[in-house]
Each structure stands twice: as C-alpha cells, then as structure tokens.
Design a protein around this ligand. Structure first.
Ligand code: SAH
Length: 395
C-alpha cells in the first residue's frame, strides 16, 4: 500500500536519525497526497531518502513515528509490539507476579507506540488512545492483546473519550471492545487490594505509576503520623498502614475519592482504628492543620498540562511545599511529587528548594524518585520522563 509522503525540510531529518519519534509541523516541506488525521504516512528527507513511518496528526506534532524501517503495519506488526512489551514486563517480574496484578503494559513512546497507553488489571486491559491513529486500530490492538496473553486476559475496555484530541472531532464512546464487565474490580499491588474503577475513575482507574514510591514510603511509616494529601484512592495510605504508622489521615477535595479511600482501607484492614479520611481542599487543610504530622505525602494533580501555564504551576508547587515545610514536625519526612510533563526535574527541584528556603529549615534529600519500570522512557525520547519526586528529611 502506498501511504502519503511527508517530505521534510533540509536537515530536519536529524532528530529522526537519532530515533526521536516526533515530526513537528514546522519541519515539513510538503506532503505528497492528502492524509487524514490518523492515517499512516511515510516520512522522507528532501533528497527522497526514507526516514520513518508514523501516524499523521493535525497539530504541532504532525507525525508520531512508530517505526524506522519501511514496513506495512498490519495486525501482526502491532501484535509483535504488544508481545515485546509483555516480554519486558515479564522480564522485570511484573507480568505473572504473584502479589501484583496491576501494571502498565504500554507506555506510549516508551514502548515505541506513541499515542497509546494500556494498563492491565488482572483479567482486564484498559486501553487509552491519545491519537486518532491508535484509535483507528483499537480493535486490532484488542485482538492482539488477547493473543499475546493467551488465556490470562478476558476483557479489553476502551477509555478514550477524554484522551483523544478534541479537535479531531471523533465521536467515540467508552466501552468493552472484547469481553464484558466482570464486576470484579479488585486488583492487587504488592499484596494490597484496591478497587480499580476504570468505568468512572481517573486515568484508567488507579495511579499505577506510584507503586514503587508507595513501597518506599511503607519502609518509613513505622510509628509516624502520616498525612496523605491528594490521596485519590488512598494508595499511599494503605501502604503506610501496613508499614506500621501510628495514624494515617487521607485528604482529597473529591468526596468520591474519599469514599474510595475508605473502601480500600477497609478491604485491606477490617476495623482499622487509626485511619481517617477527609474531603477538604488541600490548601485549606494545610492552613488549618496542627503540626502533628511527621510524614507528609504531597501528590497533586498535574499543575501544568501545557507549557504556557508553567509559571503558575511552579508557583503552585512552591506554595504547596512551603506549607508542608512550615508545618512538618522536626525529623519529619516529606514525599513530594509532580506529574506534570511540562515541568522538568530541575524546575520542580527549584520550586521545592525555594519553598524550603522560605521555611528556613535544614532539609536533606534522601531520595530522588521517578516513574516505575513499567512506565519506561525510550532513551531516544527523554520527554517521556514525567513523574518526579523528592523524599526529604526536614530537621
Ligand atoms: N496520590 C494519588 C493520586 C493523586 S491524583 C494516588 O496515589 O493514587 C490527584 C488527586 O488530587 C485527585 O484525586 C484530585 O481529586 C485531588 N485534588 C485536586 N485538586 C485538589 C485540591 N485543591 N485539594 C485536594 N485535593 C485535590
């Protein structure tokens, strides 16, 4: 099949030669053919040499590359990519693990499938398309998943209403591509249980990307008074409880999140007496609270979804962290995060540094955290590192 040809301006092939998977619209000299958003296109240098193949898209990223070899991507091509991703998760002990059945199988560019995310919850895969190209092949991908997992996967839920580019004007509905709702949303992470509500929950139902950071928190929880701010489904809270925390308070502005947190704590620790959860705004809670906590987690939503709001986002991180530094007990530990892709590691660190300086306290960095291994970063696409965290000891 002949795909439309995207011809680059002189020298604009250099990033592709380094396997970077994006072609920006400004790098294009002309397009031979008239591709629609989501169509497959081949990318050529201005001298007519083949560079790469990807999905065409309207916007600043014009092509999302999924291969640097001339191929005709059909079902077996996609299934092979899924198989490699599965192999990696098996190699790192996640797929087929006995105490964790929730993990990320496809992490966009990190798995050389830009525009696609797939999370596994036991027998159900939850698929999110961020590009029309991936949306168009959703059924093939779903069938590929079933093939790769053998009998271990039964359902594939498609959840892209809120992730597809709204300008593409795609009329899509969330629903099962394969299988059905098994009404059994209980997944397991490091032996702890949680209800993953992919139908109504945020992202694919659970923040899988904090798994390793939660496990680290568990180690520091013993005997401490813990505040889990922006708790969502309470992930950090039930690790802290298992770690032997004296008390755990979970806070989120969403009443639904608080309800889920309570349910998840109950699932793991029946009749738990040292956990409380409050539906309150973070800034209000931090202003009003006493200095009773010696372990605080700050895991806010992405303050900067786009580069143009970066300044405000950095101010937001500074303000939030300043409140924690002001109130945390001497000898306290702060786990602080940013999941904004637009905020770099250095910028986040600078915001937290400024907040620490305002408090005037001695602060030591214990750990520098990132996303877990099932959210890999392609070495050719450093932008894929989005989760940043610091663990700080506050004297
Ligand atoms: N730490 C969680 C994920 C946090 S997601 C986990 O491990 O799963 C961010 C959460 O922040 C969401 O649940 C959202 O409801 C909450 N949130 C957003 N704005 C808030 C605010 N101003 N005050 C308190 N919570 C807020």
């Amino acid at each position: 099949m002949d795909f439309a040809k995207v011809i680059l301006k002189p020298k604009k092939e250099e990033s592709l030669q380094r396997f970077h998977p994006w072609v920006f619209s400004g790098a294009i000299q002309k397009i031979a053919g008239s591709p629609k958003e989501g169509d497959i296109v081949d990318v050529y240098t201005c001298n007519g040499e083949y560079c790469a193949t990807g999905h065409y898209q309207i916007g600043s990223i014009a092509v999302r590359i999924f291969t640097f070899e001339k191929t005709e991507p059909g079902k077996s091509f996609w299934t092979e990519k899924l198989r490699r991703a599965y192999e990696m998760r098996r190699a790192i002990g996640l797929a087929e693990s006995s105490d964790t059945d929730a993990y990320r199988l496809i992490h966009g560019e990190g798995d050389f499938m830009p525009g696609l995310g797939i999370d596994i919850y036991n027998k159900t895969a939850v698929m999110q398309a961020h590009s029309v190209g991936m949306h168009n092949i959703r059924q093939e991908l779903a069938e590929g998943l079933i093939e790769v997992f053998g009998g271990k996967l039964e359902n594939v839920y498609y959840k892209s209403e809120s992730t597809l580019p709204f300008k593409a004007n795609i009329d899509t509905e969330d629903g099962y591509l394969i299988g059905k709702d098994d009404k059994n949303y209980i997944a397991t992470e490091n032996g702890l249980k949680f209800q993953a509500d992919w139908l109504k929950g945020q992202k694919t139902g659970f923040f899988i990307d904090q798994r390793e950071n939660r496990a680290l928190l568990e180690k520091y929880a013993k005997g401490r008074s813990v505040l889990n701010m922006f708790c969502y489904t309470g992930g950090f809270s039930f690790y802290a409880l298992r770690g032997g925390a004296k008390e755990v308070h979970s806070v989120d502005s969403s009443a639904k999140a608080i309800e889920l947190t309570k349910k998840n704590v109950e699932l793991n620790f029946a009749d738990c007496q040292n956990h409380e959860a409050y539906a309150v705004d973070a800034f209000k809670y931090l202003d009003d609270m006493q200095d009773r906590y010696d372990l605080i987690i700050l895991d806010p939503p992405a303050f900067a979804k786009h580069r143009d709001v970066l300044r405000n986002a950095l101010q937001g991180y500074k303000k939030l962290n300043a409140k924690a530094f002001e109130k945390i007990k001497p000898g306290g530990i702060l786990f602080t995060f940013s999941c904004s892709q637009a905020v770099s590691k250095e910028q986040f660190r600078l915001a937290v540094f400024s907040a620490a300086a305002i408090s005037g306290r001695n602060v030591k960095i214990l750990h520098q955290l990132t996303q877990p291994a099932d959210h890999p970063v392609s070495i050719y696409h450093p932008e894929g590192e989005y989760l940043k965290g610091l663990v700080l000891y506050v004297e």
